[in-house]
Design a protein around this ligand. Structure first.
Ligand SMILES: [Zn+2]
Length: 466
């Protein structure tokens, strides 16, 4: 009941709800952080309403993260000075050096800092594609999910929801034994992976804001017959994440080893459906684009990382014309701003097609509205949460609140506001981020910033990495 004690009440200048603004918007949140009331009129006989001069949007969904890579963001940006500049594969060698050396408490401190920064940028959920499982010598910890548990603890500290996706990594490449650089990643067979998954589910259980998905690192990292068997043995109600078709070399290798391109192989060998989240899917043929769209499989696009690593551009226009479903992720965390990810995705299409406004469907021609709905709903599915309303009675209240006094927002009509936010906003234009009905960040300040940043600085210093 709305009048109960310990309930929180907000009044926002407006709240964006499924293609329309509720203005003003009154939201009451119960003790569990769930929305109990949402209306343009205030709840009866309530006086303790927090008045917020801002526009509430659903919290962003970060559908792809490798937390430890945050420690190397920005320090792999030097040209070798030779005719052979750095590429994805040489970057990967540098990343393996970090993966080989990071200790559990260091992993937790890096992830907590990263996740706190994600919340500051408006993300309220993260899917952590987690493949560093073993100790520094490559031996499994007595609790196989020990490092996954550290990531969940980091998310808890940072106040972000986490979907931990423990990753099955078996091979060093197509038909190859794992290398020393990969020794912390390896599950030798399906049973060992399913055990890791079970341990991860056990680790997540005590946490209210953690869930678990499943994942295959890539077609090059697990034998094809094992991928098939594993996917047939996974629970049917959790999201399944796979890296796919990020690099041209990977496509050529797949053609030789599998006799098919990566996405072509997935379409022919797995029963893809809306639980599948194909990360990157950068290099696709028209038939692959249509196949994915038809199966309702989702694509997770990570524009700032894909740009940074020189991957290529996802064929958005064609995928979208077939009602293909996509979300965004920050992957290596070279960029953490969700608005920038959306802009990159759109502008990549604009500069190659010489046309404007790539985001649209026949039902939704406003680019900002289209992008927010797609990234939110497919992003939530990537966390295992299937819904088609932004804010719903009974759902946890997660929101990013844009500052109504930011110059461009202050002068814009509600009709044009969402695209103004997406195309001309940034995270300095937010009042803060609410997760589970509580402010976690306000005025750019995370509530646990002091502790989190102190640990982070100390860990980075001890890693002697930067
Ligand atoms: Zn990735």
């Amino acid at each position: 009941m709305i009048g109960q004690v310990n309930m929180k009440h907000f009044q926002f200048k407006a709240l964006y709800q499924d293609n329309e603004w509720v203005a003003p918007a009154y939201v009451s949140v119960d003790q569990e952080g769930k929305i109990a009331y949402l209306s343009a009129t205030p709840p009866d006989s309530i006086t303790n309403i927090e008045k917020v001069d801002g526009y509430a949007l659903p919290g962003f969904q970060n559908a792809h993260s490798h937390a430890f890579q945050y420690a190397m963001a920005g320090i792999a940006e030097r040209h070798s000075g030779t005719a052979n500049p750095d590429d994805f594969w040489s970057w990967r060698n540098a990343m393996y050096q970090l993966a080989l050396n990071v200790q559990p408490e260091q992993m937790e401190a890096i992830a907590a800092m990263l996740y706190a920064e994600m919340v500051r940028h408006g993300y309220t959920s993260v899917a952590e594609f987690h493949y560093v499982h073993h100790d520094l010598t490559g031996k499994p910890y007595s609790n196989k999910a020990a490092l996954g548990e550290r990531l969940i603890a980091a998310a808890q500290k940072a106040g972000i929801r986490i979907t931990l996706v423990p990753i099955f990594y078996q091979k060093g490449g197509f038909g190859q034994a794992p290398t020393k650089g990969q020794q912390r990643f390896i599950s030798p067979d399906m049973d060992s992976y399913l055990d890791l998954l079970e341990q991860s589910q056990k680790a997540a259980r005590p946490y209210a804001h953690a869930s678990v998905g499943a994942g295959i690192h890539s077609l090059r990292a697990v034998a094809p017959e094992v991928i098939k068997a594993t996917c047939e043995n996974l629970p049917t109600d959790i999201p399944i994440h796979i890296h796919v078709a990020e690099q041209l070399k990977e496509i050529e290798d797949a053609k030789v080893y599998l006799g098919a391109r990566p996405v072509e192989w997935l379409l022919n060998n797995l029963t893809l459906n809306e639980n599948y989240h194909l990360v990157h899917a950068t290099h696709l043929t028209e038939a692959e684009v249509s196949g994915l769209a038809k199966k309702r499989a989702n694509v997770v696009i990570c524009p700032s990382t894909e740009g940074n690593l020189g991957d290529g551009l996802f064929p958005l226009a064609s995928f979208q014309a077939q009602d293909g479903q996509w979300s965004i992720g920050t992957d290596s965390h070279i960029g953490l701003n969700p608005l920038e990810e959306l802009r990159w995705l759109d502008y990549g299409q604009r500069v190659t097609t010489h046309k404007r406004n790539s985001f649209y469907s026949p039902q939704q021609t406003d680019s900002g509205r289209y992008a927010l709905a797609m990234a939110t709903f497919a992003g939530r599915r990537a966390m295992g949460h299937h819904t088609n309303e932004f804010f719903q009675i009974g759902d946890h209240f997660d929101a990013v609140v844009m500052d109504a006094n930011f110059p461009l927002f202050a002068i814009t009509s509600l009709d044009n506001l969402l695209s103004t936010i997406v195309y001309a906003g940034d995270c300095t234009a937010t009042l803060g981020t609410i997760v589970n009905g509580q402010w976690v960040v306000q005025q750019q300040r995370h509530h646990a910033y002091q502790d989190i940043v102190a640990d982070f600085k100390q860990v980075i210093a001890s890693l002697e990495y930067r």
